[in-house]
Ligand binder design. Structure first.
Ligand SMILES: [Zn+2]
Length: 442
């Protein structure tokens, strides 16, 4: 099995939408791979170099050295060209070449200088303690934008990908060049004092990128700011000078989500035309008429991003079983029994005692079933923990994969023990892993 780039991204999207588990040894959140993902699909991701949970732990000097070495492969002009191409026709990862190049050429030699309370370097922002999942990084570079806050290891991973790519350096098409001018036109014509979130909305409204996600437009603004096109005299971008992570992290107030320079920029500061010319001087950067938008070439659906957003989810092997004949309709109510798939070939059931504020007080019942049980299979006996009964207040009973109602209006299950004293809150999906508390052999 081989997966094209869009298929890889769709599969990673499916995998990374599942919950994660904090792995203390790894110092990272390990991704739970959903069980409907087949071994063949995981192998295909591995062959492509994008298997989930591929963790590395960056080191300080090595990361800076590698960033500089990788960035030497391309000139600033080539990075600027790739940037413009990545606005529309080329895969989005190429946008990270420009930020990577500018950080690599401006970052000073420095001692690792962590904040007192963390492992993050105050100068370059590298966190040498945490494991980084390179596949998740690739997914973000392809679907979100450049490594946020100028993350240097994120750039190393992106530049490695580009260096290893069989694709030639992308050259901007006529439409890509129009897109750059259109982005600049929107930014130059914003009402005075417009800040980044409204600016991102304005770009999205013109549909200038092959995406419907506003955070992609915001990431573009952060990128333009970091390189120095949307900067301020006090918070210069990388083309002017390297600014330390600690300086960039100073924000006007705690509500501002982005770092400097964008945190301090507004439309009245305007575009830094001097820096624009330093980076994109070979291109025409004058305004265009947004009303006379040319036909996108290629069509949005033929770009990686457009195809990623429009294509349906991956086809995975296991299908959720058909609705139970006794499931009935409507929301969870007292007397309902839900089946919970714990592992492939292991289902358990829970009884709903009560519903309060959309939360169902549920308790496991006896019985482990190889397939989703039907009403006739149910064993109406409470299944306690080894020491006492256990219940929880679960939200999302009707909207959780692998939690399916199989019977209604069932009598309360038999038990000889008193009710538990506390009933903790949980999401219904937690019923899958919590089952082992009451079924120690699972
Ligand atoms: Zn550092």
């Amino acid at each position: 099995m081989t997966l094209d780039v869009v298929q890889q991204l769709k599969l990673l999207q499916h995998i990374y939408s599942e919950s994660t588990i904090w792995d203390e040894e790894l110092r990272a959140s390990r991704q739970t791979v959903p069980e409907d993902v087949s071994t063949e699909q995981l192998q295909a991701l591995e062959v492509a170099g994008h298997e989930p949970n591929h963790f590395v732990r960056p080191q300080h000097e090595e990361t800076i050295r590698e960033l500089r070495t990788l960035a030497e492969r391309w000139t600033l002009q080539e990075a600027a060209q790739a940037f413009v191409a990545s606005l529309w026709s080329a895969p989005m990862i190429w946008r990270s070449l420009l930020t990577g190049k500018l950080i690599a050429t401006s970052i000073p030699d420095h001692e690792y200088s962590p904040y007192p309370s963390s492992h993050k370097c105050q100068i370059c922002g590298l966190d040498v303690n945490d494991g980084v999942d390179t596949s998740l990084q690739w997914y973000w570079r392809m679907t979100n934008g450049t490594p946020l806050d100028g993350d240097i290891f994120g750039h190393v991973i992106a530049l490695r990908e580009m260096a290893a790519s069989s694709q030639e350096l992308p050259v901007p098409s006529e439409y890509d060049r129009w897109t750059l001018r259109a982005v600049l036109t929107v930014l130059r014509n914003l009402p005075p004092k417009t800040r980044y979130s409204k600016a991102a909305d304005a770009l999205k409204k013109e549909q200038l990128l092959p995406t419907k996600k506003v955070y992609v437009y915001r990431d573009l603004l952060e990128t333009l700011a970091l390189v120095g096109i949307l900067d301020t005299p006090e918070q210069p971008g990388m083309i002017t000078a390297f600014t330390s992570y600690a300086e960039r992290d100073k924000r006007p107030n705690t509500r501002v989500e982005v770092q400097a320079p964008l945190a301090w920029w507004d439309s009245s500061v305007g575009i830094n035309e001097h820096n624009l010319n330093l980076i994109f001087g070979e291109l025409n950067c004058s305004d265009v008429s947004l009303e006379d938008k040319p036909e996108p070439n290629p069509m949005a659906s033929e770009t990686v991003m457009g195809a990623f957003e429009s294509r349906r989810g991956v086809r995975t092997k296991a299908k959720v079983p058909k609705k139970s004949p006794d499931a009935g309709t409507g929301e969870v109510q007292p007397g309902d029994v839900y089946a919970v798939k714990v592992l492939s070939g292991s289902w358990v059931t829970v009884y709903c005692h009560e519903v309060r504020d959309k939360r169902a007080i549920v308790e496991y019942l006896d019985g482990v079933f190889p397939d989703m049980p039907v009403k006739e299979d149910l064993i109406l006996t409470v299944r306690p923990r080894p020491d006492e009964r256990w219940q929880c207040s679960a939200i999302g009973m009707d909207s959780t994969s692998w939690v399916r109602r199989v019977a209604r209006d069932m009598p309360a299950p038999a038990t000889s023990q008193p009710k538990p004293e506390s009933v903790p809150f949980h999401a219904a999906k937690d019923l899958r892993h919590m089952a082992s508390w009451c079924f120690p052999n699972l």
